[in-house]
Design a binder for this molecule. Structure first.
Ligand SMILES: Nc1ncnc2c1ncn2[C@@H]1O[C@H](COP(=O)(O)OP(=O)(O)OP(=O)(O)O)[C@@H](O)[C@H]1O
Ligand SMILES: [Mg+2]
Length: 143
């Protein structure tokens, strides 16, 4: 199922994350794709609010992954420096892949070869102008 939403502010992008959180279940993987600064972390902040996480979500960057506890456990991963699932294994982050506990949200998921097949929801964010973004959400049908 595909859904395309235009957002005109970071608040609106957060709201998309809040709504997205409603469809998340234990073990799901969400891929986030979009150029530098499009709003991937902003969307994850919304997911955090939707999952009733009281800590402020910030970019994992050099830490690669952060974990938060809310209605579900949220693993927030930044794959900017990771190229393959094998590399996730090497750095010990393969435990975040299914059947992991909680939800795993991965920024720069397109940098990891094979990630698209694993993810349940793919979100891509594109610049329209300074404050507007096109957010496309693809929810995979699982049989
Ligand atoms: N419509 C919008 N949606 C999201 N962010 C927006 C929007 N308009 C402006 N912004 C601004 O763009 C920036 C997005 O930053 P954010 O860290 O969320 O991006 P990112 O994609 O995670 O970046 P990175 O590639 O470095 O991980 C913020 O400063 C935010 O205020
Ligand atoms: Mg980010």
């Amino acid at each position: 199922m595909d859904k395309v939403i235009i957002t005109r502010s970071s608040e609106e992008t957060e709201k998309i994350g809040i709504e997205l959180a409603l469809s998340l279940r234990d073990g799901m993987v969400v891929s986030l794709v979009g150029e530098l600064g499009t709003g991937k972390t902003t969307l994850v902040k919304g997911i955090g609010k939707g999952l009733l996480i009281s800590y402020e979500i910030t970019s994992p960057s050099y830490l690669l992954a952060k974990e938060y506890c809310g209605q579900l456990v949220l693993h927030h991963l930044d794959a900017y420096r990771i190229c393959s699932i094998a590399e996730l294994h090497e750095v010990g982050l393969d435990e975040l892949l299914p059947p992991a506990e909680g939800v795993t949200v991965i920024e720069w998921a397109d940098r990891i070869a094979g990630m698209d097949e694993i993810s349940d929801i793919s979100v891509s964010i594109d610049y329209l102008d300074l404050e507007s973004r096109k957010v496309a959400i693809n929810t995979k049908k699982r049989t």
